[in-house]
Design a protein around this ligand. Structure first.
Ligand SMILES: NC(=O)c1ccc[n+]([C@@H]2O[C@H](COP(=O)([O-])OP(=O)(O)OC[C@H]3O[C@@H](n4cnc5c(N)ncnc54)[C@H](OP(=O)(O)O)[C@@H]3O)[C@@H](O)[C@H]2O)c1
Length: 305
């Protein structure tokens, strides 16, 4: 039986990848930043802390594994965590994997990472891809745009778009709303991650779903599916950000950052000309889940509590 180490097996995509890996017959070990959280896989998936301060322990936690699947990242800069830390930690993780004799790394990145971008998310992702290449370990980089599914509230962006539709009589999109997204279902993504273990690298895969929406269209389509067909109007990004901040304060969360709005508006969650890597259509999935989708707000910070 092959051994795979997965970072973030209690997190969103990591949990789905772990479930698929077990179904595919892999022995799975988890590395986590949340060692105190309940382990839904029990003793089947032993958990080790991500020992960022002790690179020997980090390497030891991967000894004997054939492969590493890495989902670790932070969504925004915060007083408790930063992109700069995530970049430095990711380099340590890849170096430790090499030291432990790991033969293959499947790494989760983002569509259109960019070393020149002023946006720390997209610049940081490009830096992490470079440190992976420099590690010398064979690898596949998966670049999803947006993940959605399976249970309502598991993903944040699509769930909270639905939550907004349920609560606000009018939807304001930043600018013209014509920038695009290509969401991929989380289980299609998990299957892709598992398939990538067997592929020779180095490779980069744009992990996009079968449908492309503009941001405006996505609100319009979801609104009709949920039975809340709200008018969608363009608003200045600064006004949209002010409303997003207010929602964040009320929910004790960070709803959307200025940088995320800019990333969306730069069309970074879309790649032209790539074949879909997932088959599940967001519109069909949303129909199946329309009674529950967006009923509750999904909070990034509550997940990190
Ligand atoms: N979700 C999306 O729509 C989307 C879209 C494009 C790209 N991606 C990329 O896909 C990967 C996985 O995304 P995901 O949505 O599955 O993420 P996630 O569950 O929120 O995070 C993945 C793992 O990173 C660790 N992590 C997250 N925030 C952290 C923080 N503030 N401090 C320390 N550790 C933190 C967590 O480890 P522990 O659980 O062990 O604490 C978590 O399991 C990421 O690289 C992300 O950039 C996601």
């Amino acid at each position: 039986m092959k051994q795979v180490v997965i970072t973030g097996p209690l997190g969103y995509s990591g949990r789905h990848i772990t479930r698929r890996a077990l179904e595919d017959g892999y022995a799975v070990r988890g590395l986590t930043n949340s060692p105190g959280r309940a382990n839904p896989f029990g003793s089947v998936v032993p958990l080790h802390p991500l020992a960022w301060a002790d690179e020997t322990a980090l390497a030891r936690s991967m000894e004997g594994a054939d492969a590493l699947i890495n989902t670790y990242w932070v969504r925004f800069d915060h007083r408790r965590f930063t992109h700069a830390q995530a970049v430095a930690n990711s380099a340590k993780l890849f170096a430790a994997a090499r030291r432990a004799g790991v033969k293959k790394i499947v790494h989760v990145s983002i569509t259109r990472p960019d070393a020149e971008s002023p946006l720390p998310y997209f610049r940081g992702k490009a830096e992490v891809e470079s440190s992976l290449a420099a590690s010398g370990v064979d690898h596949t980089i998966l670049r999803p745009a947006v993940l959605f599914g399976e249970g309502p509230g598991e993903d944040i962006l699509i769930n909270n778009m639905a939550w907004t539709l349920r609560r606000f009589p009018v939807i304001g999109v930043f600018g013209d709303g014509a920038y695009r997204l290509q969401p991929i279902h989380v289980d299609d993504f998990a299957r892709l991650a598992l398939r990538s273990l067997a592929a020779d690298g180095p490779r980069v895969v744009d992990a996009i779903g079968p449908e492309t929406f503009t941001f405006r269209e996505l609100f319009e389509r979801l609104g009709r599916i949920l039975g809340y067909p709200r008018p969608v109007i363009g608003v200045p990004p600064s006004l949209g950000y002010a409303v997003a901040r207010l929602v964040g304060v009320v929910q004790r969360d960070v709803f959307l950052t200025r940088e995320e709005i800019r990333g969306l508006m730069e069309d970074r969650l879309c790649v032209d000309g790539a074949a879909p890597a997932g088959q599940t259509r967001l519109t069909e999935w949303a129909h199946r889940h329309r009674d529950a989708l967006g009923l509750r707000y999904a909070s990034e910070l509550a997940r990190r509590a």
